[in-house]
Write a protein that binds this ligand. Structure first.
Ligand code: ATP
Ligand code: MG
Length: 320
């Protein structure tokens, strides 16, 4: 396997602000590789450092220290060579609202040196690809959030990059656009493009990725194929217990003390319990809760997933 991306001890410290006089260590030393042909996901909660990492990888932000090599070129020393290889779909929509979808795509295509027939043909291709050919003449400011995202993606693909960075491309979009975007990512990958995808949706990382890096507080806290990450946490089960909402907090304290319980969290008003022997621990938890006067209303055993891995590694839930 060939690595298309190599990240070497990447650090970004933002200068102090009145709100944060100590400054912000947004990326705290990340080293990893992305192999050619993969869909690789950064999975992490708000503020984890995903966008800061992508911004440094694409040359939009200078690292405090460390470097990234893409296709053998250093982003700090050979940024122009790197920029030819990569397409960037930023988290924030970057389009001209008063121009049509097509004019926007053409504009960015010209920046990459496309012109004439080639520009026009490539523009048709990317519009087809994101399913917006029939809406191409409409102004961006009349588009839904999902449609704007799709134009943003089209822009990032104009110059046929070998590697594309997509930063939370499905946040705030309608279900149809979301489906369209996820399918587009898979199709791009089948056509040979390497994709670096960031998300805080565990389901998207699970559906798309060959490998995942779980990022929290600017650090990679887990990396590998999903199955490897799940194996890391061992035979753990996740239990969801619904109780009278007024007693959930007290019940959490009771559950925490039960033998075999590793972590307890309150999620959507339910107790979320991580246990090393879920099925065997369950009767004990029920008895203890009952005895303490907090009888469960419903109980669910959930198969471990990336959410469980995150909970195990950080003691917190991934969701907002
Ligand atoms: N320009 C900046 N100046 C100061 N602090 C910043 C700046 N950009 C980001 N940060 C801080 O760096 C940390 C990481 O932010 P970043 O945007 O990389 O996170 P993220 O994982 O992309 O989060 P989200 O899921 O919300 O997009 C946060 O604490 C954020 O407040
Ligand atoms: Mg971000």
């Amino acid at each position: 396997m060939t690595s298309i991306v190599e990240i070497h001890d990447l650090v970004k410290r933002f200068a102090p602000t009145p709100e944060k006089p100590e400054g912000t260590l947004a990326v705290a030393g990340i080293s990893m590789k992305v192999e050619e042909g993969e869909i690789f996901s950064f999975l992490g909660p708000n503020g984890a450092g995903k966008t800061t990492t992508i911004s440094m990888m694409s040359g939009l932000l200078a690292p405090t220290s460390g470097d990234v090599s893409i296709g053998g070129f250093s982003i700090t020393k050979q940024p122009l060579e790197v920029k030819r290889l990569i397409g960037v779909v930023p988290q924030e929509i970057a389009l001209y609202p008063e121009l049509s979808a097509r004019r926007n795509i053409e504009f960015f295509g010209r920046l990459y040196g496309l012109e004439g027939k080639e520009l026009s043909a490539r523009c048709d291709e990317v519009l087809d690809f994101v399913g917006l050919r029939d809406r191409q003449k409409e102004r961006i400011d009349t588009f839904s959030g999902g449609m704007k995202r799709r134009v943003n993606i089209a822009v990032g693909l104009m110059h046929r990059p070998k590697l594309v960075f997509m930063d939370e491309p499905t946040v705030g979009v309608d279900p149809q656009s979301r489906r369209n975007i996820l399918d587009a990512v898979k199709l791009l990958n089948e056509q040979g493009m390497t994709v670096l995808y960031t998300t805080h949706y565990m389901e998207e990382a699970e559906e798309l990725s060959n490998r995942v890096a779980i990022i929290d507080h600017g650090k990679i806290i887990g990396i590998g194929k999903q199955i490897e990450l799940l194996q890391q946490i061992g035979e753990k089960d996740r239990l969801l217990i619904k109780l009278n909402p007024e007693t959930t907090a007290q019940a959490a304290e009771v559950a925490q003390k039960v033998k075999g319980v590793d972590k307890v969290n309150i999620e959507d008003g339910k107790l979320e319990i991580l246990s090393s022997a879920g099925r065997r621990t369950l009767p004990l938890i029920i008895t203890e809760l009952d005895d303490a006067g907090y009888p469960p209303l419903s109980i669910e055993i959930v198969e471990p997933n990336l959410e469980t891995v995150f909970l195990h590694l950080t003691g917190r839930a991934l969701r907002d």
